[in-house]
Design a protein around this ligand. Structure first.
Ligand SMILES: [Zn+2]
Ligand SMILES: [Zn+2]
Length: 239
């Protein structure tokens, strides 16, 4: 019973966040003020109703899979075995602040290589093709993954919480940053001025245009937060 309550609570939070942020961004950019956002649009191909329904349907299944993974390590019997902590003084305070960028960098590296593996012809159809149905993605594609991809998108956090001390607040902040970064990649518009995008430090950041072009051209821009791996492995597509 306790397990079902925890799973329902964690899934409901994810679903609410998806509807408020992804749904809100879609309504605002594509329905309420498309005229205003036209000049920021990355691609101008037509977006079908079928694509929208596909994005929502698969985001639902992702919420369930993420809910299952999070409720596993947040379960009262499992959580004490992890290195998640609540009291900030359990570890040095500097670690509280450093752990957030460390988790982001682990996620960035994991995602790049997972993503490239999913693009291998052997795995593409069974894992990642679902996400690429949206060649011109909308904010509703933020969570639009095949269940296999959804599992691998979140599974990496399980060994991390077992081997690295992470304050629960850091985990919550990371989860929000990760979602917002993913949403940015699927906004359909790039609001960042060119001047900022070309300057340090933003020139090392994966932009909305980078990820939209990944959906359009398939063979470049595999990164998540940063461009380090794309630059190193020469997979960056200059826009
Ligand atoms: Zn891809
Ligand atoms: Zn995408």
């Amino acid at each position: 019973m306790e397990e079902i309550f925890l799973f329902s609570k964690l899934s409901a939070i994810q679903l609410l966040r998806y509807f408020l942020l992804s749904g809100g961004a879609y309504l605002f950019i594509f329905r309420l003020a498309p005229g205003f956002f036209k000049k920021f649009q990355i691609q101008n191909s037509e977006i079908s109703k079928k694509q929208i329904l596909h994005e929502i349907k698969h985001s639902f299944s992702t919420v369930i899979i993420f809910g299952l993974i999070f409720s596993f390590f947040m379960h009262p019997k499992i959580k004490p075995l992890t290195m998640l902590y609540k009291n900030i003084n359990d570890y040095p305070v500097w670690w509280f602040f450093l752990s957030l960028p460390v988790v982001i960098l682990i996620n960035d590296t994991y995602f790049y290589w997972m993503h490239r593996t999913f693009h291998h012809p052997r795995f593409y159809k069974i894992s990642h093709q679902t996400h690429h149905v949206s060649t011109n993605p909308t904010p509703l594609a933020t969570y639009s993954f095949h269940p296999i991809e959804a599992f691998f998108e979140a599974a990496w956090i399980v060994p991390v919480v077992f081997f690295m001390p992470i304050h629960t607040t850091v985990l919550i902040v990371f989860s929000l940053i990760s979602f917002l970064n993913n949403l940015k990649g699927h906004l359909g518009v790039d609001l960042m001025p060119q001047k900022i995008k070309r300057a340090f430090p933003y020139k090392w950041v994966n932009t909305a245009t980078h990820h939209s072009h990944h959906h359009k051209y398939f063979n470049s821009n595999f990164g998540l937060y940063f461009l380090f791996w794309d630059k190193l492995m020469k997979t960056e597509r200059r826009s």
